[in-house]
Design a protein around this ligand. Structure first.
Ligand code: CO
Length: 489
């Protein structure tokens, strides 16, 4: 048993359930800029313990965290995402649906409707990310059921399933949104498997592209530029039959086969046809960052690892050990030349980065986008969990960081200042766990300098989460009307 003394973040960050909470006004120190006006909504595990602890960071059931920021004040609300997986735990006290690396016990298999033929039903707890799709809010996960929720009450109001009635597939929690249209990668598993790009403007679902594949890769995100979809299919691959049999938890069916390298599929958005295929040395990646075109080239930035061992490191048993060092994710740029059909590969920073974030509304597919933010590990404190925030300047090739002793920050989300004068003119918001206080706070950093402007203290801890989004109010008076707008591109 790991005690709090030798692992100050584990219990607060990974292994105790969160509680549903309403706090109208959090205690502020410093200043939360008065121009910040809107909602930061974050997603991540909130329920990790029923009759026992889940196996993996990606296994807890979704909790939504809503920070309402206005006039320098911050209100907080948290709710579990209402779904079958959550109801089952409430009713039976046990996990009843298959999570990323945790399956329910065998006797529960028969009690729930099965999706893949042999195994337990896949979770509907959309725990990974939040989307702002035409002003509507969705909780996103990898199963084919994204949950729409009310931004104020956090109650679930609907489900979007990509029009897939046969749910023998998965999707990503990182769709792209271009105008009114949402694009996502869907993987169909079967005797022949497919990487598909599906899209919708809220109405009918359109199949944009489909690429056949024998052994599909684990894919957490995909790239999109103005003219291409990009799939970097690292060699963590699965024989689909093992998924259909369902004898093991989802991710444990995948095998690392480095001899395959990493195929990149570049699909023409206009025709849906595979336009180019490149193969690079093997790497593993969760997160594409941005992709853009210039002349004869496509440029693709991703956070990559030498292999897929980062997934093993996120098992809670391993995270409980504060002596273990996480593998460094590194921001890497691939440049593919269409004319010569050659490519180059270059690291953009020496530092560790994960949960990468950039100002999507401003920089999506723009060749001059300049800043990537994320969580990171201090080079002199590599043991344990992510303990600093980083800003990577792609043009100057410089990094800036924020860290504080005993603090473990989550994904930073950028909020642009009104009438801003540069891409990084704004604030970064991050939910930080203070191990000393065994409580979390919402940190506001000046994104230019990475210096703190202020923090809003929560009366409790927030388990380490994944992704979130800021819903910006366009003008102050619209608050009363309650009409939300999508962040202008
Ligand atoms: Co992600």
């Amino acid at each position: 048993m790991i005690s709090q003394e030798n692992n100050p973040y584990f219990e607060a960050g990974f292994s105790a359930n969160n509680q549903e909470t309403d706090v109208p006004s959090l205690e502020i120190s410093g200043t939360i800029p008065e121009w910040i006006h809107g909602l930061l909504i974050r997603n991540g595990p909130g329920l990790v313990r029923s009759e026992k602890l889940v196996n993996h960071w990606f296994d807890g059931l979704s909790m939504l965290h809503r920070f309402e920021i206005r006039d320098g004040q911050v209100g907080y609300r948290s709710r579990f995402l209402d779904c079958n997986a959550y109801r089952a735990v409430k009713e039976t006290g046990r996990i009843a649906y298959a999570e990323f690396a945790t399956d329910p016990c065998k006797s529960l298999f028969q009690k729930v409707h099965t999706l893949f033929q042999g195994g337990p039903a896949i979770t509907d707890s959309a725990k990974v990310n939040i989307a702002n799709w035409n002003g509507r809010a969705f909780a996103l996960g990898e199963p084919l059921m994204q949950a729409e929720f009310d931004k104020n009450t956090l109650e679930r109001v609907g489900v979007f399933d990509y029009g897939q009635k046969e749910k023998t597939g998965v999707t990503t929690a990182h769709p792209h949104i271009d105008g009114a249209r949402l694009y996502n990668l869907v993987q169909q598993f079967g005797a022949r498997s497919f990487y598909q790009i599906l899209s919708s403007d809220g109405g009918a679902v359109r199949k944009e592209a489909s690429v056949g594949v024998g052994e599909p890769a684990y894919l957490h995100s995909f790239g999109m530029s103005r003219n291409y979809y990009i799939i970097a299919a690292g060699p963590l691959v699965v024989q689909p039959i093992t998924l259909l049999v369902g004898a093991r938890p989802f991710i444990e069916n995948f095998q690392w086969k480095p001899e395959r390298g990493t195929p990149f599929y570049l699909i023409d958005r206009a025709t849906g046809k595979l336009a180019f295929q490149f193969k690079t040395p093997p790497f593993f990646s969760f997160h594409h960052v941005n992709a853009f075109e210039r002349e004869d080239e496509l440029v693709m930035d991703l956070v990559i690892y030498d292999d897929a061992s980062i997934i093993q490191h996120y098992y809670l048993q391993r995270l409980a050990n504060p002596e273990i060092e996480l593998p460094f994710g590194r921001l890497c740029r691939f440049v593919f030349n269409f004319r010569t059909e050659k490519y180059t590969q270059e690291y953009l920073s020496e530092q560790c980065i994960e949960l990468p974030h950039f100002d999507y509304a401003y920089g999506f597919a723009r060749p001059d986008y300049r800043y990537v933010y994320g969580v990171s590990l201090r080079p002199d404190r590599r043991r344990g969990f992510y303990n600093q925030l980083i800003k990577i300047d792609l043009e100057a090739r410089q990094d800036k960081v924020w860290h504080e002793e005993g603090c473990y920050p989550g994904e930073p989300v950028f909020v642009p200042a009104p009438d801003r004068t540069s891409e990084d003119d704004g604030v970064l918001l991050s939910v930080v766990l203070s191990a000393d206080e065994q409580a979390s706070f919402l940190l506001a950093l000046d994104a230019k300098t990475m210096q703190e402007t202020g923090r809003a203290r929560l009366p409790q801890k927030v388990l380490f989460g994944f992704h979130g989004i800021f819903f910006r109010k366009k003008k102050r008076y619209e608050w009363l009307v309650g009409e939300w707008i999508q962040v202008a591109r």
